[in-house]
Ligand binder design. Structure first.
Ligand SMILES: [Zn+2]
Length: 277
């Protein structure tokens, strides 16, 4: 099928599309391609209209290939080679230090640049499972226009020092948020997710991004995460100076809790987990 008939997902212009890596190519210098690898896609779809009615469908599919090599043809050459490359290059030195657990201080502007790069990764990574995308379709163009990180979202960093998620892993949960009591009032749940949590580990860097559609964001933001855990917020409220590594690292148990999305109290209809094996 001629995919080039879609406009560029960022600038929305009708230009020929190019392949854009989800994970920047330079990451493969830190995490070399293993001789044989496959990506294990584990999908769980659950539907919980009430605590008594739970239906769960789980399926596993193994895809050949290396997670860090995944790319999609959704972005025009200009967005790919100029705009996105510029974003990636601007954060590369700092991201490398975070991945390797080296000391670094990030000012507010550097944290904002990092949050923009993370936004792009999370948007691209959601293309892995288009039916479960929790970021609204018009958001990539908003990001392109504003050059600002994901709106109606929070982005956190942590220093990961466990082993289960090493050397890298990506997990994604998408769900459906509804107003309180909406179900009891007979409102039919939306058929597409309207919120999502993406978490990924790259070396010692743990990134957590949660977002929701605008109308639900204020309720959503009250389900705060990270209390008692050493996650550091970089968006929407960066600190004046982020000192890395943070005061306490995150181990496997805390990382499980964070990546399982248990901190979110949304009406959860769909979950997708992608891990590497
Ligand atoms: Zn474009």
């Amino acid at each position: 099928m001629p995919q080039h008939r879609d406009p560029c997902m960022f600038c929305q212009e009708d230009k020929p599309l190019t392949y854009q890596h989800v994970w920047p190519a330079w990451l493969r210098k830190i995490f070399p391609h293993p001789p044989k690898s496959s990506t294990n896609f584990h999908q769980t779809l659950s539907n919980k209209p009430s605590p008594k009615e739970v239906s769960i469908l789980a399926k596993n599919k193994i895809r050949q290939g290396y997670l860090l090599s995944v790319k999609y043809r959704k972005v025009c050459a200009h967005c790919n080679n100029v705009w996105l490359s510029g974003i990636e290059e601007s954060v590369k030195p700092n991201v490398e230090k975070l991945i390797l657990g080296m000391s670094v201080n990030l000012n507010g502007e550097e944290q904002r640049a990092l949050a923009l790069w993370i936004t792009i990764v999370v948007i691209m990574a959601e293309l892995t499972h288009p039916e479960n995308m929790g970021i609204a379709k018009d958001i990539p163009n908003q990001i392109y226009q504003s050059n600002l990180p994901l709106p109606f979202a929070r982005i956190y960093l942590g220093q990961y020092l466990g082993s289960d998620y090493s050397p890298f892993r990506y997990r994604h949960h998408a769900g459906v948020l509804m107003k309180p009591h909406a179900l009891k009032q007979g409102v039919i749940p939306p058929t597409k997710p309207n919120c999502q949590t993406s978490a990924f580990v790259l070396g010692e860097l743990l990134v957590v991004v949660d977002s929701a559609d605008e109308e639900f964001y204020s309720d959503f933001a009250q389900t705060r995460i990270g209390y008692g855990s050493p996650l550091v917020e970089i968006h929407p409220t960066p600190s004046n100076l982020l000192t890395w590594p943070p005061s306490a690292p995150i181990g496997d148990a805390a990382c499980d809790l964070i990546c399982e999305g248990r901190f979110l109290s949304y009406y959860d209809t769909e979950k997708l987990t992608i891990s590497t094996s």
